[in-house]
Write a protein that binds this ligand. Structure first.
Ligand code: COA
Length: 221
């Protein structure tokens, strides 16, 4: 088993720890917290080793070269990745796939992405880098998630849907086949998406409608 650290100490991190444990591929050395406020002794039974800035020391002391960024916010995940690589340029990122997810033939899953329990990724779908396919979410055939994008629990993409980089399809939203969702957009909880979604926008409703523009990094969780 390879040694790994988990970046993040909140609820999403606990779910990611569970996925890593279930894969039986990783020896979790501990957790690295983003802020002093979040530092406690343990997270879900894993020792908190320090904060992001402590990474060079942790890599040296723990002889760990793999990590996974277990933070739900898409933009923040990229910010953390950049910080990690500025501190330790050779650091590598794991991909974690829950054994109770269904991954079809022809699927590509890139580094740093996490697939949760009950997720279905159907034939020839593509998951970009540092994505989240959350509990019971699904992407149907030929769909793709851009880097740092996410499907919240129960989100459903029909076939050949394209989700742009950094975009979030929120809890329980459903997206018709062949739809394109631009980058840095948020499709709100429970939306039914029947038309393309422009980039840099928030939209929701049944049917889903454009609500307002959005700047990259704006909070949505
Ligand atoms: C899309 C989203 C980010 C919008 O947030 P927001 O812009 O801050 O919107 P607000 O919460 O200020 O709500 C503004 C209005 O829109 C309504 N609204 C917000 N989201 C809505 C949605 N998804 N569907 C229908 N109406 C919605 C609110 O009820 C509110 O209506 P009101 O003015 O009549 O009270 C948010 O609704 C959402 O879906 N968050 C993601 C939740 C999620 O998936 N979590 C996953 C955890 S793993």
């Amino acid at each position: 088993m390879k040694r790994i650290v988990v970046f993040g100490a909140a609820g999403h991190a606990r779910v990611v720890i569970d996925v890593l444990e279930k894969t039986r591929l990783w020896d979790i050395v501990g957790v690295i917290s983003g802020s002093q406020a979040a530092v406690t002794n343990q997270v879900f039974g894993c020792t908190v080793l320090g904060q992001d800035d402590d990474l060079p020391r942790i890599v040296r002391e723990q002889e760990v070269h793999y990590g996974i960024i277990a933070v739900g916010d898409n933009f923040l995940r990229d910010r953390i990745r950049r910080k990690i690589l500025s501190l330790c340029p050779d650091f590598q990122f794991a991909t974690a796939v829950h054994p109770d997810s269904s991954i079809a033939r022809g699927v590509a899953i890139s580094e740093g992405s996490v697939i949760m329990a009950g997720a279905v990724v159907n034939s020839d779908a593509r998951i970009g880098r540092f994505c989240i396919v959350n509990t019971n979410a699904s992407l149907d055939h030929d769909s793709s998630l851009g880097d740092f994008s996410s499907l919240a629990p129960g989100a459903v993409l029909g076939g050949n849907v394209r989700v742009g980089a950094y975009s979030a399809v929120c809890i329980g939203a459903m997206v018709k086949q062949d739809i394109v969702i631009g980058e840095h957009s948020v499709v709100g909880a429970g939306a039914i998406v029947m038309q393309d979604v422009p980039g840099y926008s928030v939209c929701f409703g049944q049917p889903c409608r454009f609500v307002r523009e959005r700047v990259p990094g704006e909070s949505y969780l």
